[in-house]
Design a protein around this ligand. Structure first.
Ligand SMILES: [Zn+2]
Length: 130
């Protein structure tokens, strides 16, 4: 990943996540210089003043956070990644990305079964006699 991240890019993500300058400053305390001032400048870039919007974020740790949030698995806004661990994004109320994922989960579940109830069902079926 070589794409640069601008102040405006970061400000957009921050707004979507509800990050404030104060929260970010706390998060990056000790890792970047004057974090509070820095993030206040960055977050302002997204809201009108275009001059700073194209400034690139210079801090590796900040870029890492940005890429983690924007990268695969957290791709589109609100998307989570599939429960089976394949990393595909999922939307809405679903928990698995595809039928293959469901099968994968079922197989995983049958390997360490919570089979008490299933056994019970079978026993019951046997006991139904004429
Ligand atoms: Zn999956």
């Amino acid at each position: 990943m070589t794409r640069s991240v601008t102040y405006a890019d970061f400000a957009k993500l921050a707004r979507r996540r509800g990050w404030t300058a104060a929260w970010l400053a706390e998060h990056f305390k000790g890792r970047i210089e004057q974090p509070r001032e820095f993030f206040e400048r960055v977050l302002k870039a997204g809201s009108g003043s275009e001059d700073r919007g194209a400034t690139l974020i210079p801090y590796r740790s900040v870029l890492e956070l940005y890429r983690k949030e924007m990268g695969p698995g957290a791709a589109n806004s609100g998307a989570r990644s599939c429960d089976c661990g394949c990393g595909k994004p999922i939307y809405g109320r679903k928990r698995l990305a595809s039928g293959a994922c469901r099968k994968r989960m079922e197989r995983r579940r049958s390997r360490n079964p919570e089979s008490g109830s299933e056994k019970h069902k079978k026993d019951g079926a046997f006991s139904v006699t004429f």
